[in-house]
Write a protein of this length. Structure first.
Length: 244
């Protein structure tokens, strides 16, 4: 089975459409969404509708939960708070109900989906370091744990026999069999933060066991124009050009 995996769309319709068009061409059979469909970007309803129509397994992110008032946004930065308030005014009742229904964790075929991290997903803490990643393996039993939230893609492989965790510095990796587990940040479709403006997502082929982090250029200038026209903070537009 070929699985398309993505996270942190953040209301960026141009990025999402570009990624989904590519995934259709790649004959993806299943989709997984690791949260934050909305927030920051100018097209929350359109993005939620597209994701819903995929029939994918999805979990909620902190922005999804912020808009649905299932989490406190006091710790959000000013731009994020402004975007949450704007999105609340724009989101349809139907799409708000969908976002409210999303769980913090879900499991699909020995793959755990959780937006932030598996130990305490409701606290929305990040995984930035190898040491932080290694701690998380004690909090899930599945072969693979998929996360987002930091908007920075990374593949961590754990050797269960030696208890050693290793950063795999390749975009394509073969998922090893018994004795190995993985924590993988799938990056961000709509607001990359690893110094590249290109959308980031993952394709996992369960038949070949290869998992690949993919990047695609999209028309971020159009997204920038729409952000500014909507009256959202200028920084939410400017950062798209530099991937920060």
């Amino acid at each position: 089975m070929r699985i398309g995996i993505f996270s942190d769309v953040h209301g960026n319709l141009e990025a999402l459409e570009t990624v989904l068009q590519y995934l259709v061409q790649e004959k993806i059979e299943q989709y997984l969404c690791i949260g934050d469909m909305i927030g920051y970007g100018p097209n929350p309803n359109e993005c939620v509708e597209l994701i819903k129509n995929l029939g994918c397994v999805s979990v909620g992110g902190n922005h999804d939960y912020g808009v649905s008032e299932k989490t406190d946004i006091d710790n959000f930065n000013d731009a994020a708070k402004t975007a949450i308030a704007w999105t609340k005014q724009k989101i349809s009742k139907r799409n708000l109900a969908y976002l409210t229904s999303l769980s913090l964790r879900d499991v699909d075929n020995d793959i755990l989906l959780v937006h932030a991290r598996p130990d305490k997903p409701e606290t929305w803490k990040y995984v930035f370091t190898l040491a932080q990643a290694q701690e998380q393996f004690a909090h899930f039993q599945e072969k693979i744990c998929l996360i987002g939230h930091s908007h920075i893609p990374i593949i961590i492989e754990k050797n269960e026999e030696t208890d050693k965790c290793t950063v795999i510095n390749k975009s394509k990796v073969k998922i090893k069999g018994s004795g190995y587990r993985y924590l993988i940040n799938v990056g961000s479709v709509g607001q990359p933060r690893d110094n590249s403006p290109a959308s980031c997502f993952v394709i996992y082929d369960t038949k070949t066991s290869y998992l690949e982090i993919k990047r695609l250029e999209y028309n971020f200038k159009l997204t920038q124009e729409k952000i500014l026209k909507a009256g959202l903070p200028e920084t939410l537009a400017s950062r798209l050009a530099v991937g920060k």
